[in-house]
Structures are given as structure tokens and as C-alpha cells.
Design a binder for this molecule. Structure first.
Ligand code: GLY
Length: 256
């Protein structure tokens, strides 16, 4: 079965970090309602939710993806690139410890989970403003014994690697060519986002299904036409916080 770790939206969401989107007022009550719908969508796809309480003083803490990389064998706790996000790690670590041995990125390394795209045994790591070379080197070293390879990928114009490219299946990626080079993924089939929907590359795969924001109907149609089953969720308030669908959960398999 699948576990999805999430965290409730906190009252400080409006003070979130922003890098590539303009600050707009966020309706926190609406963000919470949308987040609940997102949680229900994950449950409908077979996930058991483990939901942490909101962190009132940590604006970005709903975006749990950034603080850990959950692999089949181990968890790697990250050291987020934004100082304001470092205190998010401990409470998520406590939950994940029940399921996997825990490793950790240490100073001076920085790494955001949103920069780590897993396809099979390959981890592609965004060389972004949040994740540095030391963080990637530590990840490579921590995981070498588990048979993972780690590959750096330059991003530009977006927050994380997974803002620009996500996995549709082990052979196919959804990609925004303005933010990441398609040549870096020459071994994959690539579906590009619709040009009218630059932020549409972030989708979350659970089992055989994809979850994506409702605000990208043209890109959704491309995925449906390619044979994918897509669940659309309205996450417009979370998008104002530069969040997307992968950011709001840590999804992993357990044998129970
Ligand atoms: N607001 C999401 C982030 O910047 O980490």
C-alpha cells in the first residue's frame, strides 16, 4: 500500500518564500480547503494519509516534499536551501523514521526534495538556487551503496527541478523546455507542457494515475491523449505560494 505524508496548511502561508512568482494575497481558509481536496484525491488513489499538524511559524511547511527524499531502502533528510525552511525537517523525520532507516544531508550541503526527480534507480538533481553541489555530492555518497546514480541537471527560471520536469512513467517525462534542457533527458520520451501553461510540468504519479492542478487543462488533454489517467485538483491558493502537487506530499510504498 501507499503512505502519503502531508502537513496541514498553516496560518503563516502568506509569508512563504517566493522566487519566481509575484506575491499575491493568499486566502488561507481556501488553501486549506483545497489541500483537503488534494488529500482526498490521494486517498481515492489508494494512499493512507499520515497528516502532521500545521506549523504556525513555518510558512512553507505544507510543502513536505522538500524536507526528505523517501526511497525504497532509506530516507534522506534534506537541508533546505532556504534558511526559513530548515526547521521543517525534524517533525517529518520523526514520522519517516517508523518506515525507513534515516540518512541526512549536512552543512554546508543544501538540497530541496523538489529538486530530486527519481526515475528507476536514477536520481536527477536540480542545480538550482536551493540545492548546491555539496548537497548533491553528499546525496551521491549516501546512496552509492544502494545502487542509485545521481545526475546534476541545470535549471533556469524556476524554483525546483520538479517545477520543470516530472515523471509520467519510467520511460516518459512531462517537461517545460523553457526551464530545463530536453537534451539532458535524451533517453526518455518527452511530452512538453502546452506553451500557454508554463507551470504545468509538475504532476504527481501514484500507482498508474497522475494528479495535476486543475488550472492546466491543455496540458492535461495532452496527457489524456497519450493514454494517462489524470485526476485534476484545484490548488490555486497553493500555487500562489509557488507550490504544486508533488510538493504537498511524500508518497511511498509500505508492505502491510
Ligand atoms: N514557497 C515555496 C518555497 O519557496 O519553498
Amino acid at each position: 500500500m501507499w503512505i502519503a505524508v502531508t502537513r496541514e496548511v498553516g496560518p503563516a502561508l502568506g509569508n512563504c518564500e517566493l522566487s519566481h512568482v509575484p506575491r499575491e494575497a493568499i486566502d488561507v481558509a481556501r488553501a486549506s480547503a483545497q489541500h483537503r481536496d488534494y488529500q482526498r484525491a490521494l486517498e481515492a488513489l489508494g494512499c493512507r494519509l499520515l497528516t502532521l499538524p500545521a506549523e504556525p511559524d513555518l510558512p512553507d511547511s505544507v510543502f513536505v516534499e522538500d524536507v526528505a527524499i523517501v526511497l525504497d531502502e532509506v530516507v534522506v533528510l534534506t537541508r533546505p536551501g532556504a534558511l526559513s525552511r530548515r526547521a521543517e525537517v525534524a517533525s517529518v523525520a520523526e514520522v519517516l523514521r517508523r518506515y525507513r532507516p534515516v540518512l541526512a544531508i549536512e552543512a554546508p550541503g543544501t538540497l530541496d526534495g523538489g529538486d530530486v526527480l527519481r526515475v528507476g534507480r536514477a536520481l536527477y538533481v536540480g542545480e538550482s538556487a536551493r540545492s548546491n553541489a555539496e548537497g548533491m555530492a553528499q546525496l551521491r555518497q549516501l546512496l552509492a551503496g544502494h545502487g542509485y546514480t545521481v545526475h546534476g541537471v541545470l535549471t533556469h527560471g524556476c524554483l525546483h527541478l520538479k517545477s520543470a520536469v516530472t515523471r509520467l512513467n519510467d520511460h516518459t517525462l512531462l517537461l517545460q523546455p523553457a526551464w530545463v534542457g530536453r537534451d539532458r533527458f535524451a533517453d526518455f520520451q518527452v511530452i512538453e507542457v502546452d506553451p500557454a501553461e508554463p507551470h504545468a510540468a509538475n504532476v504527481l504519479r501514484i500507482g498508474d494515475a497522475l494528479v495535476m492542478p486543475a488550472s492546466f487543462p491543455r496540458t492535461r488533454q495532452r496527457l489524456v491523449d497519450a493514454g494517462f489517467h489524470v485526476t485534476a485538483v484545484d490548488v490555486s491558493e497553493l500555487q500562489k505560494a509557488e507550490g504544486a502537487v508533488t510538493c504537498c506530499s511524500l508518497v511511498f510504498r509500505v508492505n502491510e
